[in-house]
Design a protein around this ligand. Structure first.
Ligand SMILES: *[C@@H]1O[C@H](CO)[C@@H](O)[C@H](O)[C@H]1NC(C)=O
Length: 99
């Protein structure tokens, strides 16, 4: 993310250096570059903030998925033992009827 940004800044700086002399004073060119750099820095901070939030959300999602998986495993175990109970109840019923 950083490198393309730096590339475009360099391209911009070279472009402004070789372009025709602006009609306004030199200082305004520096003002513009300064503003641009400030904006770039602000964007970098915003990007870092967004990335931090994404990372935090990602770890929460991973955590939640792990918990869901554990609950599913518990549920599967419950279903399995319930099935066994039902099968035993059926067997018991059949034994009673055939007696
Ligand atoms: C729970 O059972 C379902 C259906 O049999 C199965 O697809 C799933 O993988 C099982 N999950 C776990 C965590 O064992």
């Amino acid at each position: 993310m950083r490198d393309p940004l730096r590339f475009w800044i360099v391209v911009f700086m070279i472009g402004t250096s070789f372009s025709l002399e602006p009609s306004c004073p030199i200082c305004s060119k520096y003002d513009f570059v300064e503003q641009l750099l400030e904006r770039v820095i602000r964007n970098e901070f915003a990007l870092k903030d967004a990335l931090d939030k994404i990372t935090a959300t990602h770890s929460k999602v991973v955590d939640t998925l792990k918990k869901i998986d554990e609950k599913e495993m518990t549920l599967n175990e419950s279903i399995k033992s319930l099935r066994i109970s039902i099968e035993w109840a059926y067997l018991d019923e059949i034994m009673t009827l055939t007696r």
